[in-house]
Each structure stands twice: as structure tokens, then as C-alpha cells.
Ligand binder design. Structure first.
Ligand SMILES: *Cc1c(COP(=O)(O)O)cnc(C)c1O
Length: 335
């Protein structure tokens, strides 16, 4: 097999071929050393440098340099952040506020409910997650520990078009499936996180970006390994990090910057999404978009067809033409 499939899996998602080739090149003898990165000590200079460079590259790619941010590289995927966030920031007698706009947002909320008091600001579940409710400061409970939003709802295919203005409340964003895909005012976030396997690289590492003033409020009476402060103080080298995933992220970020950065990639993403939505909207009901148009994601484009047979047919034929991963979560509906 020498031709690559057209991979539409939302995550693990397609990686640039250039990046895969470069990693292959470096796999056995990293940087011409007689050792691979997989075997190297995380206390070595090479790994230290790679780790710091990747943190800097991420801030640079997001235009957050010089803004008092810490970049943490953590394990356990974005789902682990669902629990670590309230462990670190939801104290007794405080309330954490959640906007439920899709199934990942709901999972984040459920994890927090095991840890402390939570409040649902809004939920679009009752209309099948088809829209993303606007949020304003007046929707919030008084002095929430933080407000959690999911900027792009991967499974449903919806997103916030802009980051809400919530005054002085600490805003936290799960940006797993739209980080680096479009320009957003990230300075509104006190903390944002993203599992790498959607937009940043392979699975195994989760990027957390936290502003210093918010980090100062993090708990120090939870186990050391669960504390954001442990990762910040040790530049994410407190224990053995997922070095190879960080290396792959490093290559993806350099590729991203070579392509022209966020301005260029946003343009491309927009063009691709518009092309697909146009086909859906002009198909006379052959394809039916799921999300109300103002809330449509440009990263995850979702639609149904007139019946299950048509959908199965579409998937089978698309696979015959080398299109991978188009069934998305429809398959779950069929089984
Ligand atoms: C994929 C995804 C997750 C879960 O990520 P894991 O790394 O598998 O835990 C969480 N939130 C969003 C928005 C996602 O797209």
C-alpha cells in the first residue's frame, strides 16, 4: 500500500505527510545520535530542549507569546482534564459553571459534578445540540470558580463563532478540535486545553495553557501528580513525559508555521468547509445539514441522508474511493 487514504477521522486525525516522513527519518538515530528519542532520558539536554522549544512554538503559533502563560504537557487525554480542572480549581463552597453544547461538554460537566458543586448555565441538548447558545455575564451564578465552554463540538459539528465576554469570571475552554484552526481571542481564557490527536499531533499528550494569575489559585492540597502547579514548576518534566508525542507536536507546529500560520490555515479551513456546506445546501435535501447554519463548525461538518440505506451506501462507496472516516458517529446510530 503506497497511496494514502483521504482521512476524515476527527481524531486521531490525519497528520501532514511531510511530518510523518521527517519523523521516520529521525526515528532510529535522533539528530544523528546513536540513540532514538524513544530511548532517551527525559533528563537529557536533547529532551529538555525539545520540550521547551515545543512549548514556545505552541505559544508562538497561537500568538500568545509574552503573555504570562504556562504551557503544560500532560497525559491522559482531554478527558483527564475534565477531572483535573475541578480538582485544581473547584474548592468547597464554590460553584463551577458549565455550558452544555455537545457530548464532550456534558462529559466535562459530569466529571466536575463528582468533585464539587456545579451549575449548568445553558444546554442545547433538548434541540439535539443543533445550536450553541450565546452566553453573557448575566447568565452566570455569582462568583463562579470558573466557566467551562467547549469551543468546537467535535461530534455534533457546531462551534462558538466568537469567545463569549464573561467579565472577570475565569473562562476555561476545551479547544481540542479547533485549536490552531481559526483566529479567536484566546486572551479571554484563563485556561485552555486540547488533546493533541485532533489538531496538534498524535495521541498521548494534552496541551494545557494556563495564565499565571489563574494558576496561582490552583489547589496545592491534592496529590502532587494531579496539580497543575507541579507541571508548571517543573516545565512538565516532573515525571516522564510522552516524549515522542511531544516531538511529533513539535514537527506539526513547525509545519503549521511554514504553511503561513493561523491566517493561512484559517483561510484554507474556511474554503474547505464552505465547499462542503454548499454541496449539502444545494443538494435539494439529498444531504441534510444537522447544525443550524449560524453555529456550523468549519472543522467537523455533519449531515444525514434520507435513510439508513442511503447513508450506508454513501459510506461504502466513499470507502471504495479511498475516503476514510466519513461515517463519524452515524455508525453508532445504526448499531
Ligand atoms: C476528542 C475530544 C475530547 C476527548 O479527548 P481524549 O483525548 O480522547 O480524552 C474532549 N473534548 C473534545 C472537544 C474532543 O474533540
Amino acid at each position: 500500500m503506497t497511496t494514502r487514504l483521504y482521512n476524515f477521522n476527527p481524531g486521531p486525525a490525519a497528520l501532514p505527510l511531510e511530518v510523518l516522513e521527517e519523523a521516520k527519518e529521525q526515528f532510529v538515530y535522533y539528530g544523528g545520535k546513536g540513540i532514538s528519542l524513544l530511548e532517551m532520558s527525559h533528563r537529557s539536554r536533547d529532551v529538555e530542549q525539545l520540550n521547551e522549544e515545543t512549548q514556545q512554538l505552541l505559544l508562538r503559533a497561537l500568538d500568545l507569546e509574552g503573555g504570562n502563560y504556562h504551557v503544560l504537557f500532560m497525559g491522559g487525554g482531554a478527558s483527564t482534564q475534565f477531572a483535573l480542572l475541578p480538582l485544581n480549581f473547584l474548592k468547597p463552597n464554590e460553584t463551577a459553571a458549565y455550558a452544555l453544547t455537545g457530548s464532550f461538554a456534558e462529559k466535562a460537566y459530569k466529571e466536575a459534578s463528582f468533585i464539587g458543586r456545579t451549575h449548568i448555565i445553558t444546554s442545547s441538548r433538548d434541540n439535539g445540540w443543533r445550536h450553541v447558545p450565546d452566553l453573557t455575564e448575566s447568565d452566570l451564578p455569582s462568583s463562579p470558580a470558573y466557566v467551562h465552554i467547549t469551543t468546537n463540538n467535535t461530534i455534533e459539528g457546531s462551534c462558538y463563532k466568537r469567545i463569549p465576554d464573561l467579565g472577570s469570571s475565569a473562562l476555561v475552554g476545551d479547544m481540542t478540535s479547533d485549536l490552531l484552526s481559526r483566529k479567536l481571542d484566546l486572551s479571554k481564557f484563563s485556561l485552555l486545553y486540547a488533546g493533541a490527536q485532533k489538531n496538534l499531533g498524535p495521541a498521548g499528550v494534552t496541551a494545557v495553557i494556563v495564565r499565571d494569575d489563574f494558576l496561582k489559585q490552583a489547589s496545592n492540597d491534592i496529590p502532587t501528580i494531579f496539580r497543575y502547579t507541579t507541571f508548571a514548576q517543573n516545565k512538565s518534566l516532573y515525571n516522564t513525559p510522552p516524549v515522542h508525542s511531544i516531538y511529533m507536536m513539535n514537527l506539526v507546529l513547525k509545519w503549521f508555521i511554514r504553511q503561513g500560520g493561523i491566517t493561512k490555515l484559517e483561510q484554507l479551513n474556511q474554503q474547505k468547509a464552505e465547499l462542503l456546506y454548499r454541496v449539502i445546501d444545494e443538494s435539494g435535501g439529498f444531504y441534510k445539514g444537522i447544525i443550524d447554519p449560524p453555529y456550523r463548525s468549519h472543522m467537523n461538518i455533519t449531515w444525514t441522508m434520507r435513510n439508513e440505506a442511503a447513508e450506508k451506501n454513501f459510506i461504502r462507496e466513499s470507502m471504495e474511493h479511498g475516503f476514510e472516516g466519513l461515517a463519524g458517529h452515524l455508525q453508532r446510530r445504526w448499531t
